[in-house]
Design a protein around this ligand. Sequence first.
Ligand SMILES: [Mg+2]
Length: 289
Amino acid sequence: MERKGRAETFGFLIDMDGVLYRGSELIAGADHFIAQLRSREIPFLLLTNNSQRTRRDVVAKLARIGIDVEDQHIFTSAMATARFLAQKKPGGTAFVIGEGGLLTALHQNGYAVVDHDPDFVVVGEGRTFNLELVEAAVRMVLSGAKLVATNLDPNCPTQHGLRPGCGAMTAMLEIATGVRAFSVGKPSPIMMRAARKELRLATDETTMIGDTMETDILGGVQLGFHTVLVLSGGTRLEDLPRYAYGPDLVVQSLDELGRTLDEAGWQPPWLSTAPRDRDDSDFLVEPVT
Ligand SMILES: [Mg+2]
């Protein structure tokens, strides 16, 4: 596999909520960190389990808080879900409980959104959730439609505390139907592996940066990525001993990570210090995941 023109042979998958911002507030230093990655041509993707927004919406939200990125830097669970469904059943149909991000991603991947006899019932985040939709979805699942969730996050942080997440809404359908939903978002290897492949990185060239042990760090560890936990979101240092797995590095925020990388000449110290003189065949071997 030719990889000409690449400035670096490492790159980052970066969670957004609790890493770049909290609610609508920038986490200090995140703007500078992303600007550094761009100016140094270090490949990265910004990942979110939130399926509500389109790529464009996310770019606009980030621009408002001073983070300058393009559409191709964004990878949402809505995109991962739509691509997965399009691979599994090209040209299929979906009944959707969700909003623009999910609807757009499904349309872009050749799916029709229907309200009768769908191949899949797909659940994402949104503010339009109501009992009428749930009742229709339950009937469809019991008639054979497959139940898919963009993610199973139980809740999401806001400026005012927590709001119920997609996992909470999905649980209602699961209990009513007795069917377990299939989820594509973090920590599912489907989303995290697709993100790595989008950057054309090998497993050991990939570092996942996130604030949540159960999604970002767990998914990264399961896939063999390097992992960095930031404490600017939902996890505290004293939470770590109760997990059987852990990140390679813990930092307060992207600001501190940027300073650590600055000191190392932007060669991540957690990567192998051996000269990176592997031949091309290394890149042709896909790790079994
Ligand atoms: Mg997060």
